[in-house]
Design a protein around this ligand. Structure first.
Ligand code: NAI
Length: 337
């Protein structure tokens, strides 16, 4: 079956890493029709629009989106994050970010951050009152319960044993308090899975010193954003961390990292995060074999340590890693047959 997939190459290193992911999908003879959607900061600078006209209709007509990172410079100009807008408009409420140790890593890390993707301080409700700036932290019972349910369902599906809610309810008694109580209410429906709570600062520490003790973490938007980069550092590089934005009936797949302006255009960005995001897309589309083939290929590549980009201590280029993962994934797929 051919899948129609919307493709957003992104800004900065985006086109380099998304092309790498496409090379791997092609090597696996994945049957897809890609529809490019132009969007992002560079597009906005050229045209004054964050996305091309009709972009949302095109995206909705596809099965899902494969996306590179999009730049959002700080400051108060009229440009706002297209990534956040897509997550909110398409109601992709669950941002799933798995972190695994690869190759011969000393610690066995296998945790998933499930980040609420539509609310919190990213609500976009901000204003100035004289010389004071205010950003509203919006946390609803509906969104908190559905993300908790999503986290428990994920744990059940993947045979995981623990789900921890990460919060700061000791200080933010209303917003985090609601998120926390919604979690424990949902937890009652899953007696077979251990429900825990971790205060966010303590969670940051545990991700660094004892990541192997963590399983599924469910957390509001901003904590999830920050903790993900901490976890990416612990597994070795932001260039290794994939993600899925999932809603009811639609999804968007992208690396956790940003546009990496410091290395954009140099051909050295690590494409593994995007390649693994493509693997998450394959799983979502029901193609577990091809997804597994990519994971096996990445694991082997890292264990061997010969073809790695500079962020992982190597000297390889983005295209070298893409070619090598593509070759190994193809071999792995053949061996499954
Ligand atoms: P960043 O993630 O782009 O870069 C942080 C550091 O990680 C840099 O040193 C960079 O070189 C390195 N890095 C990132 N990806 C890498 C890769 N694939 N291979 C090797 N090294 C990699 O974060 P930064 O600099 O804070 O953000 C840059 C821009 O990206 C901002 O405009 C931000 O808004 C945007 N951004 C977009 C995201 C998205 O579209 N989902 C997510 C995060 C940031």
């Amino acid at each position: 079956m051919s899948f129609k997939i919307a493709l957003i190459y992104g800004d900065g290193v985006g086109p380099e890493v998304i092309k790498a992911a496409l090379e791997v999908l092609e090597a696996l003879d994945f049957d897809a029709e890609y529809v490019e959607v132009k969007a992002g900061y560079e597009y906005w600078r050229r045209t004054g629009k964050p996305m091309e006209d009709g972009a949302l209709d095109v995206i909705r007509s596809c099965r899902c989106v494969l996306k590179g990172p999009l730049m959002t410079p700080p400051g108060t100009d009229s440009y706002r994050s297209v990534t956040v807008m897509l997550r909110q408009t398409l109601d992709l409420y669950a941002n799933v970010r798995p972190f695994k140790s690869f190759g011969k890593a000393s610690k066995k890390i296998d945790m998933v951050i499930v980040r609420e993707n539509t609310e919190d301080l990213y609500s976009g409700i901000e204003y100035r009152l004289g010389s004071t700036a205010i950003t509203l932290r919006v946390v609803s019972e509906r969104a908190s319960k559905r993300i908790a349910r999503f986290a428990f369902e994920l744990a059940k599906r993947e045979g995981r044993r623990k789900v921890a809610v990460v919060h700061k309810a000791n200080v933010m008694k209303e917003s985090c308090g609601l998120f926390r109580s919604a979690f424990f209410e949902v937890a009652k429906l899953y007696p077979e899975i251990q429900a825990e709570e971790i205060v966010v600062d303590s969670a940051a520490y545990r991700i660094v010193v004892a990541p192997e003790t963590l399983d599924v973490l469910v957390t509001p938007n901003m904590f999830g954003d920050i903790l993900s980069d901490v976890a990416a550092g612990v597994v070795g590089s932001l260039g290794l961390a994939p993600s899925a934005n999932i809603g009811d009936g639609y999804a968007m797949f992208e690396p956790v990292h940003g546009t990496a302006p410091d290395i954009a255009g140099k051909g050295v960005a690590n494409p593994i995060a995007s390649i693994l995001s493509a693997a998450m897309m394959l799983s979502y589309l029901g193609d577990a074999k091809r997804a597994r083939a990519i994971e096996v290929a990445v694991d082997e590549l890292i264990a061997e340590g010969r073809v790695l980009t500079p962020d992982m201590g190597g000297t390889a280029k983005t295209v070298d890693v893409a070619r090598e993962v593509a070759r190994r994934a193809r071999e792995a797929l053949t061996s499954f047959r």
